[in-house]
Design a protein around this ligand. Sequence first.
Ligand SMILES: Cc1ncc(COP(=O)(O)O)c(C=O)c1O
Length: 395
Amino acid sequence: MSYVRREAFLPFTRPMVGQEEIAEIIDSIESGWITTGPKAARFEEELQAYNGVPHCLVMNSATTAQEITMQCLDLQPGDEVITTALTWVSTLSTILLQGGVPVLVDIDPVTLNLDPAGLEAAITSRTRGIIPVHLTGLPAPMDEIWRIAAAHGLWVVEDAAQAMGAHYRGRKIGADPRSVFTVYSFHPNKNMTTGEGGGIAFHDDAFESRIKRLRFHGIERDAWKRFAKEGSPHFDVTEPARKANFMDLQAAMGLHQIKKLDGFNARRGVLFNRYLELMKDMEEVVLPIPGDDVHQHCFHLFVLRIRPEKAGMDRDTFVARLKDENIGTGIHYRPAHVHSFYRDFYEKRPDALPKGGLPHTEWSGDRLLSLPLWPGLTEDDQDQVVAAIRKVLSH
Ligand SMILES: Cc1ncc(COP(=O)(O)O)c(C=O)c1O
């Protein structure tokens, strides 16, 4: 069949918001209660039930959620936290904003996730914890991470921004109490969305009131009950904090998105595996892996890596040529340590990088791109993506 260029641009992702979400948002507006209220509380209950966790509190983004976890863990200036550079910069910036030092280890080039082989060498007397990222929705190798963390008295916080609906050894990400906190994102690109939004899953009851304070002005809602009748306008502020509450308008979307999530992820899985099948003979690219029984993917992203020596072009040229064919792609991510702030930071703190640098992170970071993937993508769309790739590679 001869190649036909797409008429309309195909974005790399698109949120799947339907009539149910729209009706629920209208219901909130008409009720007169649009900010944090009963729907936000119900959404938290739904998240707890879905993820099999005793607590899940929501706020305006995963970035805020990560910052709050660092505050709850009382990260002190100079404390070190080990993580990966192949992530969104918020994984690192939220450590730095608390005065901590993000210490980087290399990735496993097969999974793109933090390689536990680098952990022992990165641990010092200042190390407090480890933040693995479940990049693309493929769970990180948690057993090895938890084992090393326990052996050195470190906490583990999981960056599950991309992993709602993924499982590790048959349990939802966040369900295992060996991680003190797990952070989810509901940004529009994610597998389920609330417009913007993030959540923190945790197991220890002791964190509940602190997280509630840290997301809303440091207000101790329960303190006043000791002194006043229910419904009193008085409350107490017990520490300075941000305003990062989650609106009922957002929860209106979330309440329906979470019901649809397993269906969305199943469809993503079908498309992910179909991409693998359609491109299995392509020598110019490295294909992602679909996970296995232990690391059960939620198929957030289909990240392939181009081999410039075989393709005859680098990643950015490939991306630009696909755009000329009306195919959108994403880059997840340009490694954090190559951004100018972090370049300067690690020049001053070479001890926060492995001795041999981050060769696998850099190799993949220079070559990766995300192909269009969302539940509403059709097989025809997908055939056009692959046909465009073949066309671009044949020139
Ligand atoms: C791995 C990772 N961590 C954190 C975030 C931050 O999420 P949010 O946009 O909800 O703050 C993202 C979002 O892109 C992400 O992909």
